[in-house]
Design a binder for this molecule. Sequence first.
Ligand SMILES: [Mn+2]
Length: 263
Amino acid sequence: MTYFLSDAHLGSRAIENPIAHQQTVISMLNEMEKDATAIYLLGDIFDFWCEYFWRDRSKEQYRPILDKLKSLTNKGIQVHFFIGNHDIWTFGWLAKQTGAIIHRRPESITIHGKRLFLAHGDGLVPSNYISQVPKHLQKKIKSFIFLRKVFHNPILQTLFRLLPPAWGNAFGYNWAKNSRLKELARPCPYKGEDKEELVLFAKEQEQQGNHHDYYIFGHRHIELDLMLSRDSRIIILGDCWQQFTYAQMDNQGNTTLHNSTPL
Ligand SMILES: [Mn+2]
């Protein structure tokens, strides 16, 4: 079996019991361990993750999950870690601690004869998208794209990593907490086939001849399993902080969405 999960937002200061939350995610991994050959973590597993140039003792809060991932990779289960928009800033430490393979960009891979397009999903929109949406949304998208550039800029990343971890974390966790609280106050449900960016993105890929049997994304915190055509499907993975969603692909390439029960 191959498993996919995303958006645990571990360590979020908007989550009441972070230890129980981490344990729930670990219990999901324990279940997967029974028959998994590979586990794909599709981004935002951590609510804020930055590896500084200095030792960051606060990372010890994640020791249980880091050890769990390490034990999975020690057993020969592949763990693939895609950066999200909250855990961009890994520079080797996480890979060393867990044995996970880090992915910084969307990937096309083939498993069990199926071609998969995998990504967290932030920043993926069809071409000329901005000009097609209403003015008030254009501003929002442009500022998201600007922030994304800032966060991915190597020079700014280096400067941020020079900060004392306590300062960087105070900034990062509060920024992330605000986005969690905003989401709780104003959830953004599925926009529909003609408006949901990742659906439009996947449809465009198909139209351009870049065929995939499956598009699997996180980021949106909505559960979606939609046929794009007779032989193409998009799956958006819900999340692992409220819905505890995961996707399971069997050895014939059949993929299904499931939910775990929180501890
Ligand atoms: Mn995200």
